[in-house]
Write a protein that binds this ligand. Structure first.
Ligand code: GDP
Ligand code: MG
Length: 372
């Protein structure tokens, strides 16, 4: 946990530094003005002054999202859509290498060597079926995006290095995927290494509640090498198999709903955001609301860097035409027209301001700590 200095604490509580130091001495702590205090100590001091310490609850988009009427789709309007996949796993187990290997097996020789990453997601075709790969590190996609109420992943590929086995971030990844109820496919990577020990990996996975098919469970595992491309095709086929079992569906004939994968300010283009379209179809000229940002879609670019006019479910596109840079995890909604988009954003901003005002009337150590 982060720390706060005596001086900062005095400022936020509107007290003299000497008063704080006196209280600290009372607690048996000899402190100087720049001394860092941990959260618990700061909280004790605050309560000594009778200051109510209450966690500042972030106003999440969930609170304001109810301003948009989302009509449920009729079952007959739903069409199969492609799976969206993230790669998770312990550091250095080969997440980036695996994504690269997948892309490499799927580019034509003409493109090979010149694979440019255009947006934060890419699509590969396997047996005429599409798979969407998110570049967002799996953990981020699960934590920050889920914290914002967004679910972007259909299937999690859990990479475990065969020479290293289950490690802390492997376990974290398992927990994230389980909590999100997202199916996992295990990629036992680095099989080319002489020290590879896939059986140990399977045993360790079983110890953590992941029972692979071979062991009587229902989790698919594929031994791969991101380095030499071994079994990458099999892994892709397994993704399609799981997708088929899960029967992912969406309604392409409605206004778009999506999630911001990444966003930034571009010198030439202004605010740009990569959106994963999850339902409906986004078109040039559509009015959209994203968090507290609105806009009209001026241009869209797909993962190959090509301009497109429409983007249906399970497509990632970079869009321009936004009033501001939205945040990753924010949800996009296409709405009737600009006027409505502006009105919704105004309402959201007012709501957030009101909440902030309410919160600022209480001194919140939690807020201070979370900023640091
Ligand atoms: P990340 O941290 O999970 O994204 O892991 P990276 O993809 O950056 O890989 C970490 C290291 O492992 C790099 O030096 C890779 O070259 C190496 N590596 C990744 N996959 C393989 C593999 O299949 N075989 C071998 N021998 N090395 C690999
Ligand atoms: Mg990496």
């Amino acid at each position: 946990k982060s720390k706060v200095t005596v001086k900062e604490l005095a400022e936020i509580m509107d007290k003299n530094v000497s008063e704080i130091i006196t209280k600290l001495i009372g607690l048996g702590i000899m402190a100087t003005i720049n001394q860092e205090l941990d959260y618990d100590t700061a909280q004790i001091i605050a309560s000594e002054f009778g200051v109510e310490v209450e966690p500042l609850e972030d106003v999440t988009m969930d609170d304001v999202i109810d301003d948009i009427e989302i009509e449920p789709d009729r079952p007959e309007d739903l069409k199969p859509r492609s799976p969206v996949v993230t790669v998770m796993g312990h550091v250095d187990h080969g997440k980036t290498s695996l994504l690269d290997a997948i892309r490499k097996t799927k580019v034509t020789s003409r493109e090979a060597g010149g694979i440019t990453q255009h947006i934060g997601a890419s699509e590969v075709k396997v047996n005429d079926k599409k798979i969407v790969l998110l570049d967002t590190p799996g953990h981020e996609a699960f934590t920050s995006m889920r914290a914002r109420g967004a679910k972007v992943t259909d299937i999690a590929i859990l990479v475990v290095a065969a020479d290293d086995g289950v490690m802390p971030q492997t376990i974290e990844a398992i927990n994230h995927a389980k909590a999100a109820e997202v199916p996992i496919i295990i990629a036992i990577n680095k099989m080319d290494k002489p020290s590879a020990n896939p059986d140990r990996v399977k045993q360790e996975l079983a110890d953590h509640g992941i029972l692979i098919e071979e062991w009587g469970g229902d989790v698919i595992s594929v031994p791969v090498s991101a380095l030499n491309g071994e079994n990458i095709d099999t892994l892709l086929e397994m993704i399609l198999l799981v997708a088929e079992m899960e029967e992912f569906k969406a309604n392409p004939n409605r206004k778009a709903i999506g999630t911001v994968i990444e966003a930034q300010l571009d010198v030439g283009k202004g605010s740009v955001a990569t959106i994963l379209i999850q339902n409906g179809t986004l078109k040039i000229g559509d009015s959209v609301v994203i968090g507290t940002t609105h806009g009209r879609i001026r241009a869209m670019m797909n993962d190959k860097g090509k301009r497109v006019n429409v983007a249906g479910p399970s497509t990632a596109v970079e869009i321009t035409g936004l009033s501001e840079v939205p945040e990753a995890g924010d949800q996009l909604f296409a709405v009737e027209d600009d006027k409505i988009a502006r009105a919704i954003v105004e309402k959201r901003i007012n709501k957030i301001k009101a909440e902030q005002l309410k919160a600022s009337q209480k001194i919140s150590l939690d807020a201070l700590f979370s900023q640091m």
